[in-house]
Design a protein around this ligand. Structure first.
Ligand code: FES
Length: 119
């Protein structure tokens, strides 16, 4: 069996889960199905990706090139943008890139404060 062109690792470990990773995973699964991307995308719920406190964390891996794209603090409402721009159009969402892994991300980008951190 050949490998899907894109693998997505969605951390479901403790701190990402506290910050809403299960909902992000669920919406991502729905969006992949709705856009007929099954077979193109291998979505995996994973353990800790080593970036705790910056989640929900998604790692998108291009199988052929091994290009890694990291998204941090992903919110449910941002998932359709990742699907449309990155998965369907091949353009990673620059403003959502994880600064620690993609240091040249736009300096204008400021993450919205996740409300779940204030609870
Ligand atoms: S708990 Fe998600 S990166 Fe560690």
């Amino acid at each position: 069996m050949s490998q899907a062109p894109i693998q997505i690792f969605a951390c479901q470990n403790r701190t990402c889960n506290r910050d809403g990773s299960a909902e992000v995973l669920s919406v991502l699964q729905s969006q992949i199905q709705a856009n007929n991307l099954i077979g193109q995308i291998n979505l995996q719920a994973t353990g800790c990706l080593g970036q705790c406190g910056n989640g929900p964390m998604l790692l998108v891996l291009q199988a052929e090139t091994r290009q890694e794209v990291w998204y941090d603090r992903v919110r449910v409402e941002e998932v359709p943008l990742v699907v449309q721009e990155h998965l369907l159009s091949g353009r990673p969402v620059a403003d959502m890139l994880y600064r620690a892994k993609h240091p040249r991300r736009s300096s204008a980008w400021t993450p919205l404060p996740p409300p779940w951190h204030t609870i």
